[in-house]
Design a protein. Structure first.
Length: 451
């Protein structure tokens, strides 16, 4: 079967809308990177560590909420609006538990930093940053519930608009609080975190108003008093959400662990690592948007009991992902030096960052295809195998072997050393993950057709 133009357009439009919103969210991190880099190299190094810890916690937890997208999209495809609203309200219970657990871990950031050997000079700054981010976490998770619900019903427009508006508020606040002025003392890196907190407060208020007043949300009756916990419903969330959350957590910690393990190499290495990881995250936003849009479309068709249409939508998404990833990686290879200089002015940091961006380009090629396959496997409720694959390859090969090479613990360490070792081995590991996921997805699709 070939791709279907109708699904290709629907996925492309949906993904483009999500992508704009994702870029706005990513611009939160870019803003912090640029502001901290202009404030002081030490602030940028501290941001690298603080972001690594926060993202490791947040993304794993929000992955639980995002994993509910196939459930809600299938209910939408089946025309069960009231049932979908009920399911969204039930998700608030697991979201609350996730928020409490995440805040508890973030407030223990000092222990994590000591475990991985973060320089003592950076630890107080990072601790202040994480304390404010702990307050932001529950707001960010509630926003993720709204976003996932909107995406499941094919209404990402409000999500994107709110995310863009939040960015317009975040940028001036970050500059103001970090450098001080108008009676506000210079807060350094903590100012960036405070700006993020205030932006999320405003976003959550606006989301609540939309759920209450916008006509597109009224058929689902989301805005009413939540029912008592439904153990059967919560059980379905756990069966899909926990393995999915673990898989995302393993993937993200394999990514963020690089920043923590690079930190002991010095300020120059940590700052260059922040540039490289930030660029990788920016590039990741498009395949992630495609994965969300494609999985929503595939789940919709499965809920409508049209498995062949679902497979056509799946193939459309994979085609777009492969072409766009190749283009993005090629451009990054060509423009890596000027891109590094945009982030930082110090020649040593920019030079090291440019060398890392070459490896980031290879990493992105594999990363784009694996996230597409991961989300599509989730549509068919295949969630346990990806966690095992991630753990063996990303932690074992990417971080484990990367660490041994980076710190000269292997005799072939001369080939890759320092931060380059982590990116090189992570790119190799991610390529193997993508290959295994695509093979597994092919088997799932064939089994669906056979039924």
């Amino acid at each position: 079967m070939s791709v279907r133009l109708f699904d290709l357009r629907a996925i492309g439009s949906h993904a483009a809308t999500i992508w704009v919103g994702q870029l706005a969210v990513m611009a939160f991190a870019i803003t912090d990177t640029l502001v901290a880099g202009r404030y002081a190299p030490e602030a940028l190094a501290a941001l690298s560590v603080g972001t690594a810890i926060y993202i490791s916690i947040y993304v794993g937890l929000q992955g639980f909420v995002q994993a509910l997208l196939p459930i809600w999209a299938q209910l939408h495809g089946a025309g069960k609006a009231l049932r979908l609203g009920y399911s969204v309200r039930q998700s608030l219970y697991v979201t609350a538990v996730c928020a409490v657990l995440g805040m508890a871990v973030l407030l223990q950031g000092g222990m994590l930093m000591r475990l991985v050997g973060v320089p003592p000079a950076l630890q107080p700054v990072v601790s202040d940053y994480l304390a404010i981010q702990a307050l932001t976490l529950p707001l960010a998770l509630l926003a993720r519930v709204f976003n996932t619900f909107s995406q499941s019903i094919g209404r990402p427009q409000w999500v994107t608009g709110l995310q863009a508006g939040g960015l317009l508020l975040k940028i001036p606040l970050s500059i103001w609080f970090t450098f001080g002025g108008l009676g506000v003392p210079a807060m350094g890196l903590a100012g960036c975190a405070l700006a993020t907190l205030l932006a999320h407060v405003v976003l959550l208020v606006l989301m609540a108003l939309l759920l209450h007043r916008d006509g597109s949300y009224r058929p689902y009756h989301v805005w009413q008093r939540p029912e008592r916990p439904d153990l059967a419903e919560l059980g379905s969330f756990l069966r899909l959400g926990v393995p999915s959350s673990l898989a995302i957590w393993v993937e993200v910690t394999a990514f963020t662990m690089m920043s923590l393990l690079v930190a002991p190499m010095g300020t120059t290495a940590a700052a260059a690592q922040q540039v490289a990881s930030n660029m990788a995250a920016v590039l990741f936003m498009w395949p992630l948007s495609l994965a969300i849009a494609t999985s929503a479309r595939v789940s919709y068709w499965r809920g409508a009991r049209e498995p062949r249409h679902a497979i056509l939508a799946l193939r459309s998404g994979l085609l777009v992902a492969a072409c766009s990833a190749a283009l993005a990686a090629s451009l990054l290879m060509l423009l890596r030096a000027p891109l590094a200089q945009i982030y930082v002015q110090q020649a040593a940091v920019a030079g090291l960052a440019a060398s890392l961006l070459l490896l980031v380009a290879l990493y992105h090629l594999a990363d784009a295809m694996q996230v597409m396959a991961l989300f599509l496997l989730r549509c068919y409720h295949v969630v346990t195998a990806p966690t095992v694959i991630y753990t063996l390859l990303l932690w074992g090969l990417g971080i484990g072997v990367g660490y041994l090479l980076a710190y000269g613990r292997l005799p072939i360490g001369g080939i890759l050393a320092g931060p380059q070792a982590f990116w090189g081995m992570s790119a190799l590991a991610m390529g193997l993950v993508a290959t295994v996921f695509l093979v597994l997805l092919r088997r799932v699709v064939r089994a669906e057709l056979a039924d």
